[in-house]
Design a protein around this ligand. Structure first.
Ligand code: GDP
Ligand code: ZN
Length: 455
């Protein structure tokens, strides 16, 4: 990492100011070549975290009047020397200065390279590095809050805690192998308890990660039901705009339509209007239904819509039964068209399903639906949702599986204590990989620290 990187840090377009950012060992020298401060001074000599006013001058031409901020290693975002140039927010000026800086020896930074350097220089761990991106991309207040907590290292601390528990087990095991004895029943119980505990905490984290998914991407609410019950009309009523096509011909919504809704609590909700589920009439219909099943999978709440002005069909009742048993999604029965004379016999539907009565046409009960969605969201503690990418999730699942393996091994003790060693070792490594740290443990030292040899 001996080279110097540069990038425009603000979005391209016309704005009040633009920021160009540099990081690397020679960035102050590079900027010095083109920056003429108003007050005679040497940028190399100034204090870290100071701002200086002057002109960017290239080939005797003033490019812009700017402010230059200097941050010196190691107390900077990346841990290297850094400079930020605050220009007027013209894309032409920004591009021009960028070009000049490259001519003077800087290289255009890759995506995320500043943060990557911060990670490689030990300023943040892998999870924190990731959270920086999540903060920038947060689409709701709650998502932002969760990303900020990740940056503060709450998740990292939790994982480090777990890792040290595993490390402790590893040390304990090494010592037991060095001083072989029969494993006593008491000891076996301790092992089982310890591994059960790790398994429980890992599965909690995975559950919270699922919550994190919808905090980040929106709480998924899907409208399903047979054609013509009024799903698209309800969708429109919820979105307060005419986005879905509403027609009296069944099967208009062949594909699905997605709409975003912000609840007053600051939660992002994604609402899906889908093709009616039932027996497909043609190939297009069939494709629509397959899509519906995909969305069903990623939704958190299912609104099963029926038409109160008709009797329920056999097919509809079966469909509801099928959906009810689908994974463990929250399900609500929405009885639509209450403005018309009611013919539906609600006793044909399962008794234990929550019901809401609405009229999409007259916009009755729409707020009721919103309240129910809100209640379902807030009944879960969103404060503990966490953001995990696929990589980290896979690693945690790996640990979870290793725990199960370990528990199996323990059932067959005493013969296989060293098999357990491999499992514990793999767990430790997996946590190290999550945090992005090398497993640099001096096991013998640790054994000495934690154990008395006279055991
Ligand atoms: P979808 O196939 O389930 O999406 O149903 P649509 O939203 O396309 O509606 C089908 C028909 O029912 C249309 O003619 C709507 O105008 C009508 N409709 C929808 N909601 C209501 C309602 O609350 N009351 C009445 N009277 N008609 C409705
Ligand atoms: Zn529709």
């Amino acid at each position: 990492m001996k080279d110097n990187i540069v990038a425009i840090a603000t979005p391209l377009g016309f704005s009040a100011i633009g920021v160009i950012r540099l990081s690397g060992p020679d960035v102050i020298d590079i900027v010095k070549k083109i920056f003429i401060p108003k007050k005679e001074k040497d940028l190399k000599e100034v204090l870290s975290h100071t701002i200086h006013y002057g002109n960017i001058v290239y080939k005797n031409e003033i490019i812009d009047e700017v402010l230059v901020a200097v941050y010196k290693a190691p107390k900077s975002y990346t841990g290297e020397d850094m400079v930020e140039i605050f220009t007027h927010g013209s894309p032409i000026i920004l591009e021009e200065i960028l070009k000049i800086l490259v001519e003077e020896g800087a290289r255009i930074a890759e995506r995320g390279e500043f943060t990557k350097r911060a990670f490689l220089n030990g300023k943040v761990d892998l999870l924190q590095a990731e959270s920086i991106n999540e903060i920038i991309r947060a689409e709701s207040k709650i998502a932002l809050k969760r990303a900020l907590s990740k940056l503060k290292g709450e998740l990292s601390r939790k994982l480090r805690d777990l890792k040290s528990k595993v490390e402790y087990l590893r040390i304990y095991l090494e010592a037991s192998i060095d001083f072989p004895e029969d494993v006593e029943e008491k000891e076996k119980e301790d092992w089982i308890r310890n591994i059960e505990e790790i398994k429980k905490e890992v599965s909690d984290l995975l559950e919270k990660a699922e919550k994190g998914d919808w905090i980040r991407e929106g709480y998924g609410v899907i409208l399903v039901g047979r054609p013509n019950v009024g799903k698209s009309s309800l969708f429109n009523a919820l979105m307060r705009e005419d986005r879905a096509i509403v027609t009296p011909i069944p099967g208009t919504t062949r594909d699905y339509i997605e709409g975003e809704l912000y609840l007053s609590s600051g939660h992002l909700v994604k609402i899906y209007d889908t093709a009616g589920l039932g027996i497909p009439k043609d190939i297009l219909d069939k494709m629509g239904m397959e899509r519906t099943e995909k969305i069903l999978e990623k939704s958190n709440l299912i609104l099963f819509v029926v038409d109160g002005s008709c009797e329920a069909s056999e097919e509809e009742i079966n469909l509801l039964e099928k959906i009810k048993s689908y994974q463990n999604k929250k399900l609500i029965l929405v009885v639509n068209k209450i403005d018309l004379p009611q013919k539906v016999d609600l006793s044909v539907f399962p008794k234990d399903i929550e019901k809401i009565f609405v009229s999409a046409k007259e916009r009755k009960g729409i707020e009721e639906i919103e309240k129910v969605i809100e209640r379902h969201i807030t009944s879960q503690d969103v404060e503990d949702g966490i953001f995990l990418n696929m990589y980290h999730r896979e690693k945690l699942k790996e640990v979870y599986n290793l725990c199960e393996e370990g528990l199996n091994v323990l059932k067959n003790l005493p013969q296989s204590l060293d098999v357990l060693g491999d499992i514990i070792y793999d767990m430790d490594r997996a946590f190290g990989e999550i945090l992005g740290e090398e497993v640099s443990l001096d096991i013998t030292d640790k054994i000495f620290e934690n154990f008395c040899v006279g055991k």
